[in-house]
Design a protein around this ligand. Structure first.
Ligand code: UDX
Length: 441
């Protein structure tokens, strides 16, 4: 009999994992403690923007015409416990308020609810990003006969479906052959076709996730540090990244200089990692991450200063600033720790009249920063602006017509915070184009 799968927590990770498991042919039951989310998901809809996810849900959620009917959602722990052979825990692990450490309260609550209802012989699989040592601790919470495995997830927002169905690798931390066998069954083809499966112990599985994110963050801060040097020396960081990226040992990816990384993962993961290393007495090993964080945060301030400079120096008071982009990256509506919104907010708090436009992030941006100005299109945002800031590299912005915007803007001055626009095109249309880590003209 095919395994029955449950997924606990229905954010980016959980909703995508549940839909992907149904796509693979499993019967799946998803649980969330927020009834509104369950109601929405039961109609095959998602509370966030994630390309391809809604289509996949529509294909499998029970009750939708023409669906496979393999995917259902519930708020009932009893129903979940009775149903599942394998329970995936996919709840959020945000940064603690006012601290660097990871907030484990959602994970702890999920295990506390699951422990009394999980059937004997079932397997609990942690997917959330947690401080190393959590899995060993959580084993104690589960009753005898219910085993634990740790299986970190590496999906990127905007590519969640693709990354889940075709992962670069699958990492499973296990303590028994039975757990490994069960997980191999879950990840049998086609999902694991061509994806290496790495079997480890608990601490290594937990560490793979945090170290991968730390490496990615380091790569971005490295190129941003080079951007600072390029600016001082008159070099071009885009050319530099291209040139060093040809060395396969370095690689081309994650070398885009700009206003730096944000989002719900990289910033909080490197901080939680530092905090955990401190608890373990290994803080020295990760002091470099403090520098990675510091370079990253400096980028936001630097963008604000470039904007000030472009406006002739001095105060932002009375100046109109258009901001293109609010999300932490394109193809997502997520504004958590978004560098774009942070820059917009800083200028606003210094008295600038800021108008923001983002293709998908407007509702979330309005919620976290209601005092900023918002426009319904890029054209409306730049109308009458003294300077235009390009802060999230949406395709829509690359396709903008510089002449059309030039006709309505106050001053044709564009600062590209993502090194993503075609400088020649904008300059030919009469704009002063300036990017981070590149020569002024
Ligand atoms: C990240 C990891 O990539 C993923 O494997 C993990 O599971 C979760 O965290 P995500 O947060 O979705 O995924 O975004 P990612 O694509 O990694 O981008 C993170 C941030 O870095 C964005 O703000 C992006 O704009 C920035 N970035 C990325 C750069 O500034 N330069 C780059 O070259 C790449």
């Amino acid at each position: 009999m095919a395994l029955k799968i449950t997924v606990i927590g229905t954010g980016y990770l959980g909703a995508t994992h549940a839909a992907a498991m149904a796509e693979l042919g499993f019967e799946v039951l998803g649980l969330d403690v927020v009834p509104e989310k369950i109601e929405l998901l039961s109609q095959g809809r998602v509370p966030m923007y994630e390309p391809g996810l809604e289509e996949l849900l529509q294909k499998h959620v029970a009750g939708i015409e023409g669906s496979s009917g393999r995917l259902r959602f519930t708020t009932s722990w009893e129903e979940l416990g009775a149903f599942g052979d394998v329970h995936f825990v996919c709840v959020n692990t945000p940064q603690k308020h006012g601290e660097y450490a990871c907030d484990m309260s959602y994970v702890d609550a999920a295990f506390a609810s699951l422990a009394p209802v999980a059937r004997e012989g079932s397997l609990v699989v942690g997917k959330s990003t947690v401080p190393v040592g959590s899995a060993v601790r959580l084993t104690e919470v589960l009753p005898d006969g219910v085993e634990l495995a740790w299986n970190p997830e590496f999906l990127r927002e905007g590519f969640a479906v693709q990354d889940t169905l075709h992962p670069d690798r699958i990492v499973v931390g296990v303590e028994s052959e039975r757990a490994e066998k069960l997980l191999r069954e879950v990840y049998a083809t086609p999902i694991a076709e061509g994806s290496p499966l790495v079997v480890t112990d608990f601490p290594t599985a937990e560490l793979v996730k945090t170290s991968a994110n730390s490496f990615l963050a380091t790569k971005i801060s490295f190129i941003n540090a080079m951007a600072e040097v390029c600016e001082a020396a008159g070099g071009d960081v885009v050319k530099l990244a291209e040139a060093i990226g040809h060395d396969e040992r370095i690689g081309k990816k994650f070398l885009r200089a700009g206003i730096g990384f944000g989002g719900g993962c990289l910033p909080k993961d490197i901080r939680a990692f530092m905090a955990r290393a401190g608890e373990l007495g290994a803080d020295q090993a990760l002091t470099f991450l403090r520098e990675v964080d510091s370079i990253n945060m400096r980028r936001r301030g630097h963008m604000v200063e470039l904007a000030r400079e472009a406006l002739g120096g001095g105060s932002f008071l009375g100046k109109r600033v258009a901001v293109l982009g609010a999300t932490f990256k394109p193809d997502s509506d997520d504004v958590r720790d978004s560098p774009a919104l942070n820059v917009a907010g800083q200028i606003h708090l210094q008295g600038g009249q800021v108008t923001v436009y983002d293709p998908k992030g407007m509702a979330n941006a309005r919620q976290v920063f209601p005092t900023l100005g918002y426009a319904e299109s890029a054209l409306d945002a730049v109308r009458g602006a003294d300077v235009v800031l390009h802060l999230t590299e949406w395709r829509e912005f690359r396709d903008l017509d510089p002449a059309e915007l030039g006709a309505v803007v106050g001053q044709r001055v564009l600062l590209d915070g993502r090194n993503a626009l075609d400088s020649t095109l904008w300059r030919e249309a009469g704009w002063t184009y300036r990017a981070m880590g590149r020569p002024a003209a």
